[in-house]
Design a protein around this ligand. Structure first.
Ligand code: ZN
Length: 363
């Protein structure tokens, strides 16, 4: 049933999330829920500092006699780069792990290499065979589900965890940051560790075997966590993290180069967020990021609304990226249009291990 457009009076979430709910003051469930949990996310300075010190102590003890204390996944973006810098500043010896799925922008790769070299941090890069990855992404397009990025995100999640366990390590520095990314409607994303869903989509629409693609099923993830003690520490939540300031610091001190936009270290991610999501799924993820930032006091609703008025894509850039993408996939304009026009399907239209997750009460 069509619904009149309505925007939250406190944040900038609106009815483009079909499941959004408003109270009598026009305030939505997303910011209400986030603010009710904010005490868990954004801890008082003293508590935060103590937990950080304790965790670093544990990591260092664990790293005794080993070449590294912990593992950090790096994309070349601000969050993960700053995280590695800060870790070294606090005396940790992280091993950086990067996934090359064929879509890295040149700036992202040179950022990773330049900064890590300056910091003296080792880098392990895993390369997925491009034909294999292309086939999997293509399968997601054909499946016509919202979260095409699961193809990349699952692989990164799996790679970092598998590699950490294989190296006999157990601590992972996590780059999620509740001050900038706590709000995200369930209908806009899918669980990144639902290997059942990925495999079903791949079985139905893919044509190549997954050989170099890292996978991690839910049960193995539980095993790694509970038995092997694999721990992801949300590092950015425990330091004074402000993305703008962090970016400025990286540029001035570590030779990091700006590429504009959040999560635009990958050309595909950029095109997905700025073109595919808004056009096919009527989703503008900036609303979720900005709403979180309003709640955490990093921006105001007025400023956020101004940002939302700006176009997601510069037209010339869009044309350039679109051509690049089609050429890389080997698709014609018409074929891409056909994919974009497929009726939208739900992830739950395919097999999923959501039931298992609910049964075990975690995810
Ligand atoms: Zn709201």
């Amino acid at each position: 049933m069509a619904r009149d457009f309505q925007r939250c009076t406190r944040c900038v979430m609106d009815t483009t999330d079909p499941n959004i709910e408003f109270d009598e003051n026009g305030v939505c469930n997303h910011c209400t829920s986030y603010l009710s949990r904010i005490d868990q996310f954004i801890l008082p300075e003293k508590v935060r500092q103590k937990k950080l010190e304790e965790t670093i102590f544990k990591m260092k003890a664990h790293g005794q006699g080993k070449p590294y204390d912990c593992v950090a996944g790096v994309s070349g973006g601000v969050d993960s780069t700053y995280m590695v810098y800060k870790a070294t500043e606090l005396g940790l010896r992280p091993l950086a792990v990067h996934l090359d799925n064929g879509w890295d922008s040149k700036i992202a790769v040179s950022n990773i290499e330049r900064v890590l070299k300056k910091l003296g941090v080792d880098l392990y890069t895993h390369v997925i065979n491009w034909e294999e990855f292309k086939d999997l992404q293509h399968a997601y397009f054909k499946a016509s589900v919202v979260d095409i990025e699961v193809a990349s995100d699952h692989a990164i999640m799996a790679l970092v965890r598998n590699y950490t366990a294989d190296r006999g390590l157990k601590y992972i520095l996590g780059g999620t940051n509740y001050a900038t990314e706590g709000i995200m409607p369930r209908s806009w994303v899918w669980t990144k560790n639902d290997l059942t869903n990925l495999k079903d989509i791949h079985r139905k629409f893919g044509s190549r075997k997954l050989k170099t693609y890292p996978t991690l099923g839910f049960l193995k993830l539980v095993y790694l966590r509970k038995i092997k003690g694999l721990t992801t520490f949300p590092f950015l939540n425990y330091i004074d993290y402000n993305r703008e300031k962090a970016k400025q610091f990286l540029i001035e001190n570590l030779g990091w180069e700006d590429y504009g936009g959040k999560h635009h270290e990958s050309i595909f991610t950029k095109f997905y967020q700025a073109y595919i999501l808004p056009r096919k799924f009527n989703i503008d993820k900036r609303k979720a990021h900005l709403s979180t930032m309003i709640c955490s006091g990093q921006t105001t609703r007025e400023k956020a609304l101004k940002v939302l008025e700006e176009p997601l894509y510069d037209l010339k850039e869009l044309q350039r990226d679109r051509e690049y993408l089609l050429k890389k996939f080997g698709w014609s304009e018409q074929y891409f249009e056909d994919l974009m026009n497929l009726p939208v399907m739900q992830h739950t239209d395919y097999k999923t291990d959501l039931w298992l997750r609910r049964l075990l009460g975690s995810g």
